[in-house]
Ligand binder design. Structure first.
Ligand code: PRP
Ligand code: URA
Length: 209
């Protein structure tokens, strides 16, 4: 599928398999998510531009690369998106953080917004929107729409698992926003859950079921 990058690094795939197991404990699930999010952040930031600056090493002066251009902001779709933030911030501690509060109505599967707080200078930033699950994509489509309305023009979407239905819906709504995921699963079930998936990401991160 165009517009989708699947991060097929063996470490990512191994950790994802451990997370999928139904009997993985909440604490272990959270730890794995933190680890895997750092690896996913590495991939999603691969094309950040650099510029050369003059550095004096203990031996001599050289031209060495440093990050340049637009600064990063990670925007988490609450609540499960927060499970990805810590690992990403370990990698890019200077990134700003925004939050979009959304939940899926269990009957209609439509996204219901309850919170929105993002940095004011979004037009000047590279935005990475994070949520572990892209199922119907109703949540991601609504979140990205809201973030664009707040001025963002340079966006990527990062998740852990995507369903083909969600990729199609998201790419139709936001063809300008590339998707990064650790896996593209088979399909959705009748309740909008990803198969084979890993269950309800929020419940697994926070132990609420
Ligand atoms: C989950 C997940 C996504 C959404 C994906 O959140 O974290 O936000 O479902 O489903 P969709 O692609 O069909 O919209 P949920 O609504 O369960 O809320 P939570 O993060 O608060 O648990
Ligand atoms: N949200 C989840 O947490 N899991 C799914 O499989 C689908 C939506």
């Amino acid at each position: 599928m165009q517009n989708v990058t699947i991060v097929d690094h063996p470490l990512v795939q191994h950790k994802l398999t451990l997370m999928r197991r139904h009997d993985t404990a909440t604490s272990k699930f959270r730890q794995l998510l933190r680890e895997i999010s750092l690896l996913l952040a590495y991939e999603v930031t691969r094309d950040l531009p650099v510029e050369l600056e003059t550095v004096r090493t203990p031996m001599e002066e050289m031209q060495a690369p440093v990050l340049m251009g637009k600064k990063l902001v990670f925007i988490s779709i609450l609540r499960a998106g927060n499970g990805l933030l810590d690992g990403m911030l370990d990698l890019v501690p200077s990134a700003r953080v925004g939050h979009v509060g959304l939940y899926r109505d269990p009957e209609t599967l439509q996204a219901m917004e309850y919170y929105f707080k993002v940095p004011e200078d979004l037009p000047d930033r590279r935005v990475i929107v994070v949520d572990p699950m892209l199922a119907t994509a109703n949540s991601a489509v609504a979140a990205v729409q809201r973030i664009k309305s707040a001025g963002a023009v340079n966006l990527k979407f990062l998740c852990l698992l995507a369903a083909p239905e969600g990729v199609k819906a998201f790419s139709t709504a936001h063809p300008d926003v590339p998707i990064y995921t650790a896996a593209l699963d088979r399909c959705l079930d009748d309740h909008g859950y990803i198969l084979p998936g890993l269950g309800d990401a929020g419940d697994r991160i926070y132990g609420t079921k």
